[in-house]
Design a protein. Structure first.
Lengths: 375, 76, 375, 76, 375, 76
């Protein structure tokens, strides 16, 4: 009899708090978005599942001694996001950017979304109940970088409590890029501008692709060492791929290693989706600010492209500026699609890949600035 | 405007400045690097085409003579 | 000269204890069973090798600072068995069970082997020299679950000292299922019963296969959170596979990740096969109780099927009840083979897969009960 | 029988009870779930077959006329 | 304004020390050797990159809290080199050695390079500024083993400060084997000796290949337990491959697992290439001693083969003695190539694989002696 | 020669001795092992060839008779 009472008191039904139940619903919502809506499923599925697991009462799967707690050390140390960044680097082709380096400016402009959001987060503090510190604001702002591992890396350093909400917002908006960007892109461009055809990109030699990551690393070491962990691991992956002689390592970094780390990282991020941390007005603020960050980044990229068109002979289709937010390769595809609507013979995809990967570098640089000024 | 906001504005200015400066320098170095690499590569190709040119002219003469003969034979 | 003496005193010959020599023989026996007899080689080979390595004198490969010591942290934290369970989940097809859900009762009945063994272990305490605590008894009982990672997970929590013997017993008996089960199955069934043909299973839709792991997880969270780590990781793997949109992650969980963890887990389990822990009467008790557990589980599964036949219209071949102990997929194959002997047109394999995977759930639930009542 | 044994028996009863209860509830929920899913799926299929039926009958008429003509031509 | 000063003070330019700049150049040199010259790229690329990353000022990528610091724990615990050794074991075919076991003597003789270098290192202490302890000397000497993971394992135990230089020297000289060995081989052999054709190797049965790693492990456990971690993990890998029934595990050990660990190990070794540890006369000493070690090992292997020819009926081409240093499979290929120059019908490759893998065992044994006498 | 050097020489002697001793013992055990394995394997093969030899001689007789008949028929 005593055992039955013990057992009943150890059921979830007896112990569920309202917050936990709600967070499990959030977890199921993420699974729904991942599986049914195709929202960045590789990450939102493990994140959603991690949220469910860590909010099961009594089980303590996310508490000290639970598996998600141990997996979280991979985030706390920064190892997981950096390994993912290495894998992403190995998958990245800098060719289109090297063929047209001035598209790097588009990747720079789109980072204004980050810093505008930083101000926005601080401004939101006038709302009663909201109290973002400078670190919180910086961690939220990085959502505007539209780059998952960068956002997780910065958030884990500056505001681990907000990590769950920030990661969810970052990946959700990356999945929503096809909805968020087009209206902004159409509003800021004329039909004629969207029709602009760009000159064929030159072939980039293998030597340039080998030298580029090393050059980027040197520049980063000289100017902004605080972004060196991110930029460095990215460059390592990229070099392993482009040099062509360590194919075994490059393949492993792009496949098994990144897959294993993705499962672990997703679960661990999910374990930060606890009721205390998530069910606050702050989370609404984060979600709102994230949308603003993506929108401002998109707008700045497009406007920058229009400005550059005034000073340059070779025309730039302003749509590819929107790809500067990164969200690789979704944003580049969106630019291509909107371009085709206006001019069915105008394939912008490769042209948009330039600002797209530039946006990855840009947000890693912005992350370095934030970490060095605020961290 | 409180102190935090002014710090935020300063971070924004410094931050965007750094991002632009960094990527501008990257553009410059990429352009320089690409030029140097393409210069070296085209030199290599020139060397190779030079190698092609150094085929003994007498060989080429012999080949064209042979071709000429063959054509005449064919026509006859 | 002094060096030669130092060297001689550092040889294994000088330092071997009888216990270590005996345990190395046990290690070689396990290798023999794995390689020559095909006993669950994926696990018994690393376990046997780990036993040999950790019993080499002086080397201290299993002691603090040795590689097996570090690998063992993966078991102590529960991470390794849970990751293997995730991989097993990704390899599991719940289709046959969903097509005929009442076979879940067979998977439930077969767990009686666990609880009968618990009593048996306590009863064995009358033997002088044996002194199983309640935790020991529960850890031994879980051998009856016929599921490797579950047994290792529970034993590492309740009785780490017995872990080696329990894991060895669990995997050995799983390999011996084709010898242990058939006589019991034949004894408890008539020729006519063994000839029963079962109705063709309906096709199960993809949607059901996606929803099932989530439903199972919810039920587990509501009723028995203590089994949530096991059930949760299993469901995660199963969902990754059945949802079809994170194939990269599912493939990695089923292959590279589970292979890496299997090597590490096997070696670490082997490192618990030390003379002090293994060369005791307790080990004989564990081996005996394990055989009993499998036998009782098999019998209960078969009897349950016969009972269900009395109350149900659609006939159940009682042989598939034996598959309820799990030991996936060996027990299902045994049921199929015995069925074919009586009726060469009666293919029971798919029908037996239902209780087979139900047995996995059943033993994870039983593990949760034990952890919550005894842990 | 000592105290430990009686605890053991209690664990056995509670344990088997829980296992059966849990799996019984799983059977119930699986049955409900399967029915709901199959209902939705058959509805979908119905909708699709409805779509098939809504092909303009005149089109079908036209096609059958064409087929008829073709056959006659072939036969002649 | 203050922020700009903060930012300037956080640039690499402001903080670069001369030593760091120099070490980054060393890193780039290693990348150049790896990518352009094909020097053991699988290891020298990550090592070089690790050197660059860990010498970026401010970033602290190799300091406590940085990713390279965490990766280094895999070396400090010995886990990484041992896992690589397991993978190498799985890739090794002992067939040629089992067909002609007396080639084991060649693998023994070539280890004289190790012990001669030990004396050399101690003798170098007469140079002012050099002050090698016995542990340092032993760690340097193991370079002569021509085996990367063994060198890293020993150096991490005996002289972690010298680890970077030792690993770089070991892998560089392994890549330089085609330059170092041929002149020595030609100087010590006559044209007639190089023309010696060896009798066709017999086929080795699968049973012998399964039993051999177990026998080697037993011998190691009995005689030299201090080399049991290295020999044991090597034998585990070899057994997994030769037994043929755990192909999944063997494949993973040879591919994904060794690739992942290679990336991590390389980066972590690179993080030990710091200015304080590397920019010392000691490093020059290590590089010089490494070259001597390879040369003496090569010479002793060749001489041993010539001695054996006096006492044996079946002729041995002394060139295959040079393969006894290990440096698998490069040294065997060099022996084959030099052999073909003198006799175009004489294929020595398979014959040289015997001493080649014997050299791996030999240096693991030598490592055990050093660890037990000096460690 | 200082003390460290003499320790070093001792390590050298002991070390090379150990390496040679170890690998020599390995040669011995490998040779023994190979012989035993080959003995067993050849026994197995013998058993198999014995099996071949135990084919009933009458069968062979029958076959050869049949072959003989066939040839004669063919020749005629
Ligand atoms: Na970005
Ligand atoms: Na079971
Ligand atoms: Na060697």
């Amino acid at each position: 009899m005593e055992n039955i009472i013990t057992l009943w008191q150890s059921t979830g039904l007896y112990n569920f708090s309202l917050g936990q139940a709600f967070m499990m619903l959030i977890g199921f919502l993420l699974l729904f978005l991942a599986i049914k809506k195709g929202f960045e499923p590789l990450l939102l599925l493990p994140i959603g599942f991690g949220a469910i697991l860590s909010n099961i009462p009594i089980a303590g799967i996310g508490d000290e001694g639970g598996i998600l707690y141990y997996l979280y050390t991979g985030i706390k140390t920064g190892v997981f996001p950096l390994l993912i960044f290495m894998g992403v680097g190995a998958m990245t082709d800098f060719g289109p950017m090297l063929a047209n380096p001035k598209t790097l400016f588009l990747g720079a402009a789109a980072q204004f979304g980050i810093f505008a959001t930083l101000l926005g987060a601080l401004a939101l503090n006038v709302v009663p109940g909201l109290d973002f510190t400078l670190k919180d604001a910086a961690a939220i702002a990085i959502i505007g970088g539209a780059d998952g591992p960068t956002a997780i890396y910065v958030a884990s350093k500056l505001a681990p409590d907000l990590l769950g909400a920030i990661a969810v917002a970052a990946y959700s908006y990356m999945a929503l890029v096809p909805l968020i960007q087009p209206p902004i892109m159409r509003a800021l461009t004329s039909e004629d501008e969207r029709k602009i055809e760009m000159t064929q990109l030159r072939d980039v030699s293998g030597a340039e692709k080998i030298i580029f990551p090393l050059m980027l690393l040197i520049l980063c070491a000289l100017l902004l060492p605080s972004s060196a962990p991110l930029v460095g691991m990215f460059c390592l992956g990229n070099l392993m791929n482009s040099c062509g002689i360590v194919e075994r390592l490059s393949k492993t970094a792009q496949n098994e290693l990144i897959n294993i780390v993705t499962i672990f990282l997703g679960l661990a991020v999910g374990s930060k989706l606890s009721a205390e941390a998530f069910l606050k007005i702050e989370t609404l603020g984060i979600l709102g600010l994230g949308a603003i960050a993506f929108s401002i980044g998109t707008a700045c990229g497009v406007i920058m492209a229009k400005i550059m068109n005034r000073f340059s002979d070779t025309p730039i289709n302003p749509l590819i500026g929107a790809a500067g937010v990164s969200a690789v390769p979704m944003a580049a595809r969106v630019a291509n699609k909107i371009g085709l609507e206006s001019n069915p013979h105008n394939f912008l995809l490769m042209h948009a890949m330039g600002p797209n990967v530039a946006g990855v570098i840009g947000s890693a640089v912005a992350a370095g600035v934030l970490l060095s000024l605020v961290g | 405007m409180n102190e935090m906001m002014s710090t935020g504005i300063e971070i924004m200015l410094v931050g965007m400045g750094t991002v632009f400066l960094f990527l501008a320098m990257l553009i410059v170095t990429v352009n320089v690097m690409s030029k140097i690499v393409q210069h070296f590569l085209s030199q290599k190709i020139n060397e190779q085409s030079t190698l092609v040119h150094t085929i003994d002219p007498s060989v080429i003469a012999a080949i064209s003579t042979a071709v000429h003969h063959y054509r005449n034979k064919d026509a006859s």
